[in-house]
Design a protein around this ligand. Structure first.
Ligand SMILES: Cc1cc2nc3c(=O)[nH]c(=O)nc-3n(C[C@H](O)[C@H](O)[C@H](O)COP(=O)(O)OP(=O)(O)OC[C@H]3O[C@@H](n4cnc5c(N)ncnc54)[C@H](O)[C@@H]3O)c2cc1C
Length: 372
């Protein structure tokens, strides 16, 4: 069973790695360079907490894989399993957070509420206004560029062929069956083709007559000057666009979904920082973690992300086109899932089945998705 994976982000690279590990002849095709898009721009949060119930089983399995990836991929991924803390400042929202924690515990996640001194012990620099937090100790963060490249390199070490600067320009479909893809290098034949092209997936799916319910967003990030180590978990805040972490050398990485603008440049969309998002992000993050007021912003950037209509990924086979698979629409939270997405797609392609059902994440959950 030969395969082509379209897109050298963390998702495509993980799928290519797992396929290669299973001995399948696999070609990973990347239009530009590995990790050049969402996976390179990512905040790198590795979180189970706060997941849609359809996504949580994947997140639980992915997080079980993360601690072993350093050895498995032979790379320092700057992975820290030091928890994720979702704080709340607004008393009216506290019952909502407590209810979410109860739901997630019932679904098998080790997450619990912290109040008072217990909250400050986990995150001593929190603003006095923070009342409580939902804490999941097995969450964490990792370096997204290193991780993506490590998956791609491990795929190649296991026998995959990687072509960068090789955009897929067409799908070869014959009698309802995929036969390969068209590229400037010529046709690359395959029994299975996986669309893992992030924000560009709708264009590729359209080549097969599919309409993907995906919009392109451009979440924005900021990196600050370093300060002495003070923060272990990743911090989010209910009702605030925030994901905050302190990196290895003391810099703070600030995200949370503040929007950049999407511009077209030479027919390619790019994300451009918005000053008002930078100001909003700085105000929001320092209202939760006040010492940030002593830092300066070193760099800000944005990455293009495929956001599905219901904000959970679109995974699995395309009905009506034998051999065509989708792994896209990760909606701002696909990095953490990537290790197990590779397992799921590789199992599906090589054995026809997966350890957990993918029905609720299939393209068939949307009406009118095609094929046309
Ligand atoms: C700013 C930001 C912060 C984020 N923070 C987090 C976080 O903290 N935690 C988390 O879990 N997730 C986070 N995410 C989401 C996560 O990073 C993405 O869900 C994930 O990286 C998506 O990976 P991907 O491989 O699907 O897409 P991408 O990384 O975008 O990869 C798609 C690739 O396809 C290539 N491509 C496009 N067209 C073609 C073509 N025709 N032929 C060949 N290749 C093509 C592109 O060049 C690109 O490299 C964040 C995303 C952003 C943008």
């Amino acid at each position: 069973m030969s395969a082509v994976v379209i897109g050298g982000g963390v998702i495509g690279s993980s799928i290519a790695y797992q396929l290669a590990k299973r001995g399948a002849p696999v070609t990973l095709l990347e239009a530009r360079e590995v990790a050049c898009a969402a996976s390179g721009a990512s905040a790198g949060g590795v979180r189970q907490q706060g997941r849609d119930p359809r996504e949580l089983p994947i997140a639980l399995r992915a997080i079980a894989m993360w601690p072993g990836l350093r050895e498995e991929l032979d790379a320092d991924l700057e992975y820290y399993q030091q928890g994720h803390l979702t704080v709340v400042a607004d008393e009216a929202r506290l019952p909502w957070l407590e209810a979410r924690v109860a739901e997630q515990r019932a679904a098998g996640l080790d997450v619990f509420m912290l109040y008072g001194d217990d909250l400050r012990e986990v995150a001593p620099g929190l603003a006095d206004t923070m009342l409580a937090g939902a804490y999941c100790p097995t969450d964490g963060h990792a370096q997204p560029i290193t991780t993506t490249k490590a998956f791609a390199r491990a795929a190649v070490r296991n026998g995959a062929t990687l072509y960068e600067h090789t955009p897929v320009t067409g799908l070869v479909i014959d009698g309802g069956k995929v036969r390969g893809v068209e590229t400037p290098r010529g046709i690359v034949g395959a029994d299975a083709v996986v669309v893992a092209a992030g924000a560009w997936s709708p264009q590729i799916a359209a080549l097969a007559g599919l309409t993907l319910p995906i919009e392109v967003a451009a979440p924005q990030m900021m990196l600050t000057t370093p300060l002495p180590h003070a923060l272990d978990p990743v911090v989010g805040c209910v009702g605030v666009l925030l994901s905050l972490k302190q990196l290895r050398y003391g810099n703070y990485l600030i995200g949370g979904g503040w929007p950049a603008s999407v511009y077209m440049q030479r027919e390619q969309p790019i994300g451009m920082n918005r000053a008002e998002s930078m100001r909003g992000s700085a105000a929001a993050s320092s209202s939760v973690w006040p010492i940030l007021r002593q830092t300066r912003v070193l760099r800000a950037w944005a990455g293009l992300e495929a956001v599905a209509a219901d904000e959970v990924p679109i995974l699995g086979a395309v009905p009506g086109i034998d051999g065509l698979y989708l792994a896209t629409g990760f909606s701002g939270h696909g990095f953490a899932l990537a290790p197990y997405i590779g397992v799921l797609l590789a199992d599906l392609i090589t054995t026809g089945g997966t350890a957990i059902p993918l029905d609720s994440l299939a393209i068939t959950r949307f009406a009118n998705a095609g094929p046309a």
